[in-house]
Write a protein that binds this ligand. Structure first.
Ligand code: NDP
Length: 451
């Protein structure tokens, strides 16, 4: 096909929209990537001829299944479960499992698509996948959660494997749920293999996996600030979320000398002008994870803080911002407010928390903006290291892993610089991450022919 015969960006997106007409999150994720990739492949005939972008934007397979379980009152409940295996060009499918009522096939397809680029950026041999269910763990007893996890794995086990597809945790799925799922996998298959990551330390888990996403996102932020000769000392930070990613991001910011002003959950945000220090972060971790409490209770515990029901924290003046809760939680208007208030850097801890309008505001303002597929890759990177340790049947030391995580985040930053340098000191990290991730997967796909 001659270069002039190629479909243009609009035609390509029309096709994506037509084929995925009720999947807005997936279309949004493809559009964000395609905007950058179209420029990059303009003069690269091999990628066009092999229809690489079109192929990456069509999952290898989507498995959808029924999950039945019995609640504590003896009622039979029915949920829907999925595993999306997007692309395994550079390694086994890899990506988390999410339990949340907002989970749909569209959300999981967008996450598996993003994961493909993210995993490639880590430099480790991992393809992209994602799974989950519309099951709502909130308000469920521990026994109900166990029964649900077991039923979910009773179907999922036939689609995964240490060299096939290696799921991990995500929203609503932490160490406890991974334990229940691994227990059921082992019971069905009679195999103790590295089929899931995020496992407990006593049974094949890796040190620093829990902290890795939040810590990694802050290392990435520090790398970006360093390009401007700055660091986190004395900087004020606004963070959303109060789960795994948010609390560990807060912890690392405090360790590096910054002051965290906010945390949030789906009920609203808390603002603590005195700063959320390590003691307060520890309280939030226990309250949210073990007591399954609400962030608003923070104000009863720590004087001087205020709770803002139903609101996101982006109106609080800050130097740096980290959206760490969920997708599309930072919109165009929020981005304008952050920029107007003098925010100089945004590092996404969550997946696609900034909508397309917001991304364009940050790009136009030329502030330091790291997309999740680059900045939150620390979690999956340590998951990749957990897979290596499982294969080796060894556990590496914490110092080694801490250093590897730092090196991987610096490597991702360097890749983004390489492909995203726009001259004049401005790095378009979104473009850099999209192209860096795409190129690695695309080149592997070229080697395999049309499969
Ligand atoms: P958790 O379940 O530990 O925490 C999620 C947090 O986000 C909670 O505070 C939750 O509040 C809040 N939240 C969820 N949905 C909404 C909503 N619709 N509006 C406002 N707040 C909401 O999840 P994680 O911290 O693990 O994950 C957070 C994000 O990071 C997700 O986008 C995830 O995909 C991404 N991520 C996670 C990785 C990991 O290693 N854990 C790796 C890479 C990315 P509430 O308690 O009220 O539900």
């Amino acid at each position: 096909m001659a270069v002039s015969d190629h479909v243009d960006f609009n035609q390509f997106m029309e096709g994506v929209k037509r084929r995925n007409s009720h999947q807005p999150e997936f279309v949004q994720a493809v559009q964000e990537v395609a905007e950058d990739i179209f420029d990059f492949i303009q003069d690269k005939e091999a990628y066009h001829e092999a229809q690489i972008l079109r192929r990456i934007a069509e999952p290898d397979r989507v498995v959808s299944f029924r999950v039945c379980w019995e609640d504590d009152n003896g009622n039979i409940r029915v949920q829907r479960g999925w595993r999306v295996q997007n692309n395994n060009a550079i390694g086994p499918y890899k990506g988390g499992i999410r339990f949340h009522p907002s989970v749909t096939e569209s959300v999981l397809k967008f996450l598996a698509f993003e994961q493909t680029f993210k995993n490639a950026l880590t430099g480790l041999p991992m393809g992209g996948g994602k799974g989950g269910s519309n099951f709502n763990p909130k308000g469920k007893s521990v026994r109900e959660i166990m029964r649900f996890c077991q039923s979910f794995m009773t179907e999922l086990y036939r689609h995964i494997g240490a060299d096939v597809d290696v799921p991990a945790g995500d929203i609503g799925v932490g160490g406890r749920e991974i334990g229940y799922m691994f227990g059921q996998y082992k019971r069905i298959t009679n195999q103790f293999t590295g089929v899931l990551t995020g496992k407990g330390l006593e049974w094949g888990g890796s040190l620093i996996r829990t902290e890795a996403t939040g810590y990694g996102a802050v290392y990435f932020l520090a790398n970006m600030l360093a390009t401007k000769g700055q660091d986190l000392t004395g900087k004020t930070a606004v963070i959303s979320g109060s789960g795994n990613v948010a609390t560990h991001a807060a912890e690392k910011i405090v360790q590096l000398g910054g002051k965290v002003l906010t945390l949030s959950d789906s009920g609203g945000f808390i603002h603590d002008p005195d700063g959320i220090d390590q003691e307060k972060i520890d309280w939030v971790k226990t309250h949210k994870t073990h007591r399954r409490g609400r962030i608003e209770d923070y104000v009863n515990e720590f004087k001087g803080a205020s709770f803002h029901a139903g609101k996101t924290p982006w109106g609080v003046k800050c130097d740096v911002a980290m959206p760490c809760a969920t997708q599309n939680e930072l919109l165009g208007e929020d981005a304008k407010t952050l920029v107007a208030n003098g925010c100089i850097a945004v590092s996404e801890g969550a997946n696609m928390p900034t909508d397309l309008a917001g991304v364009h505001v940050f790009k136009d303002a030329r502030i330091l903006f790291a997309p999740g597929k680059a900045s939150n890759a620390g979690g999956v990177a340590v998951s990749g290291l957990e897979m290596s340790q499982n294969s080796e049947r060894r556990a590496w030391k914490e110092e080694e892993l801490q250093q590897m995580l730092k090196d991987i985040m610096s490597g991702i930053h360097a890749t983004c610089q390489r492909y995203g340098d726009q001259g004049g000191g401005y790095i378009d990290y979104v473009k850099g991450a999209n192209i860096g991730g795409f190129k690695k997967v695309a080149d592997a796909m070229l080697a395999f022919g049309v499969v």
